[in-house]
Design a protein around this ligand. Sequence first.
Ligand code: KG4
Ligand code: ZN
Length: 338
Amino acid sequence: MIVLGIETSCDETAAALVRDGNTILSSVVSSQVADHHVYGGVVPEIAARKHLEAVVPVVRAALSDAGLDMEDIDALAVTQGPGLVGALLIGFSFAKAFAYARNIPWVGVNHLEGHITSAFLSESTPGFPYVALLVSGGHTSIYHVLSHTECELMGQTRDDAVGEAYDKVSKMLDLGYPGGKIIDDLARRGDAAAIPFPRAWLDKSSYDFSLSGLKSAVRRYIDDHPDYADRLPDIAAGFQESVVEVLTYKLIHAAREKGCRDISVVGGVAANSRLRFAVTEKASRYGLRVHIPPVSLCGDNAAMIAAAGFHQLESGRRSDLPDDVYSRAKTPMGQKHR
Ligand code: KG4
Ligand code: ZN
């Protein structure tokens, strides 16, 4: 089954064609980063307008890259939420019209479920049940993933998401937006132990996270050190090490508690070089198999939406014309709290 995936939840307009939920035939991502850069963050109204301009050309590009025609598409999957409502509506309305006109099944997909499913777009895929760490600009959570359509939330951030903390720290240091890649690159030249930033363990047996204390510690360091601009690589490396150490510890601990052999790291921050290294290294010590998508599939893309949609469609789910987008709080995969 060939599924057309569409993603417009934030500042990327994306379309992809995926066969049977595991083989990417094409994946096109048109980023609006340059349009939002001057504002230091995503401006929802601008995002919606840019999606409207981009959605048809991006779908055409996905078809042409795959060498396919509209008639070859069997079903459609589109991000329904969470995200910016105005932005989501562009992709969602496009999907409704497309599916109605072609009379094919379609399904609205939870964006987080898309990220979780991105682990199935590589050659080695996790075996169920496994533990997933989802780290993005809006979310930081650990899930016990039971199947393609069922997962259990083990813990999540109590304040900022990890990507959000990277972006805010980058803004504090006047380094630009989005901050994740900038800090990641800068940290390579720094000494992670030079400036001791705090680790927010909370209760060590809890899988919850807190990023606000670390963010305030960076703020305090900047305020107390007028020469901080000379130490940017050390600040970046120290901040990053504090984040990565806690994320890695809790992910491995969760997998061990659940007795899982497989773990995954997904979402925009899964592109982080230090996190990829630390998780892989620590997992090998405990005999765990690690699944981290290639960097191109960590950030927002439509291949992950098509893959997640495929599994939903297989399980019999369908969306209908009266369905609407949602901005927040819906949980992925019929998620259960433990
Ligand atoms: O998943 P994503 O593309 O969008 C959301 O669903 O939020 O994640 C975007 C986030 C941004 O906060 C960005 O700064 C962060 O991912 N990010 C990174 C890296 N690349 C992107 N954070 C740390 N290191 C990176 N290399
Ligand atoms: Zn995302």
